[in-house]
Design a binder for this molecule. Structure first.
Ligand SMILES: Cc1cc2nc3c(=O)[nH]c(=O)nc-3n(C[C@H](O)[C@H](O)[C@H](O)COP(=O)(O)OP(=O)(O)OC[C@H]3O[C@@H](n4cnc5c(N)ncnc54)[C@H](O)[C@@H]3O)c2cc1C
Length: 374
């Protein structure tokens, strides 16, 4: 089939790759390459740490999605053979180190222990650690932490590196990539159109407008830091060996180490009136992070990024064909989990295009939100 993918964030790029791999003719049309939410994301692949009360159907998707990322990572060397320099999974930003979730005080740790019950019920392995055990694993953690849990199967991928890699592979495979804004899906060619324009989707005319896509921007501020090599102890490669998430008096914060001494500190979650970066949000992130990782004061602040997550009322994505017009497949609304869910979304979308019977759980279908007058 000829498939046109609208939007080149992580969802559109991976979907285009999967479709191209399965032998379809693919074109991508987008205002930019990974410039939206994907540009900001920390890239935590956290099916366990992201478990929240009341999100049952999402847990299963997140676990499936983590397996899809593992499978994608294993395919990177073969996929990148079309490039001048074939890449390893790590070159494309995939890392399998464990995640620590730290509680700043005893109430925070009690909350983590409660959540661990749910995380285990959702099928994840979660180990409870004392503060001393946590600091043995990550010696840079501050002396004031009260305890932690360790989640071996929550990993990370650098979304910018992955998007850059996939974009390069698509180009080398001859997938058309046109940089422009799409106003109307009906004006596009293609046997199928995948609408992966993130928060831009409701603003584009087309048959999906018969549905209430119910998207709202959930703003996130995230900082990128660099660790000076001079502050590391002899033999240390980084301040942290893996992702450290924390709860500091009820507030979540995370620190994701990158190769090359980068450190991603995030993120706020705001639905206020500020269009740009929140000064108060940045201040709070730095203060909370400094309580967990005091050496953060000695790092270099390289970048402050603010982007909107494409939120839905039930935190589940919007994935599926438009009822009555299956030429258009909606794939957006990935909210806080779009990097984690991206390889899963790509596989499921390609299954739809390929006509697999019932490839989607009902909980993600976009028609669950209908307009009041429908
Ligand atoms: C601060 C922050 C931290 C996050 N951290 C994580 C994390 O750790 N783990 C995780 O799993 N998720 C995380 N997320 C969520 C994740 O980033 C998003 O869910 C995901 O990037 C959504 O991808 P997308 O491709 O749907 O949207 P986007 O990345 O926004 O891409 C959509 C693209 O569509 C294009 N577009 C829009 N309108 C049009 C139009 N009219 N015509 C043509 N093209 C158009 C734009 O170029 C845009 O780049 C985070 C998000 C934020 C903001």
């Amino acid at each position: 089939m000829h498939v046109v993918v609208v939007g080149a964030g992580i969802i559109g790029l991976l979907t285009a790759l999967e479709l191209s791999e399965r032998g379809h003719r693919v074109d991508v049309v987008s205002t930019g390459i990974a410039e939206g939410a994907t540009h900001a994301a920390a890239g935590m692949l956290a099916p366990a740490a992201e478990v929240q009360v009341g999100q049952g159907p999402l847990w299963q998707l997140m676990r499936e999605a983590a397996a899809d990322h593992r499978a994608l990572a294993a395919r990177i060397p073969a996929l990148s053979r079309v490039l001048d320099h074939p890449l390893s999974a790590r070159d494309a930003g995939y890392r399998e180190d464990a995640t620590l979730v730290v509680g700043r005080d005893h109430a925070d740790v009690a909350g983590l222990r409660d959540l661990a019950v749910l995380q285990r019920a959702a099928g994840s392995e979660v180990d409870e650690l004392t503060a001393r055990e946590a600091r043995r694993l990550e010696p840079a953690l501050g002396p004031g932490i009260a305890g932690a849990v360790r989640i071996a199967a929550d990993h990370q991928v650098d979304p910018r590196l992955l998007a850059h890699t996939v974009h390069a592979v698509l180009g080398a495979r001859g997938v058309g990539i046109e940089l422009r804004s799409v106003e109307d899906l009906d004006a596009l060619p293609g046997d199928r159109i995948v609408l992966a324009a993130g928060l831009g989707a409701p603003g584009i005319a087309g048959p999906h407008r018969a549905l209430d896509l119910a998207l709202r921007p959930v703003r996130g501020d995230v900082l990128r830091l660099r660790v000076p090599r001079e502050i590391l102890a002899p033999g240390e490669e980084h301040l942290l060996t893996g992702t450290v998430r924390a709860v500091v008096r009820g507030r979540p914060v995370y620190l994701v180490p990158r190769d090359g001494l980068g450190l991603v500190l995030g993120a706020t979650s705001r639905e206020d009136a500020l269009a740009g970066t929140s000064a108060g949000g940045v201040l709070q992130l730095l203060q909370d992070a400094a309580e967990i990782l005091p050496a953060i004061r000695e790092t270099e602040l390289v970048e402050t990024t603010t982007r909107d997550r494409p939120g839905t009322p039930d935190d589940l994505p919007l994935l599926g064909p438009v009822p009555g017009d299956p030429r258009v497949i909606v794939s957006t609304g990935y909210h806080r989990h779009g990097i984690l869910l991206s390889a899963w979304a790509a596989r499921r979308t390609a299954d739809l295009v390929d006509g697999h019977p019932d490839p989607l759980p009902g909980a993600v279908r976009p028609e669950r939100f209908t307009k009041e007058d429908a």
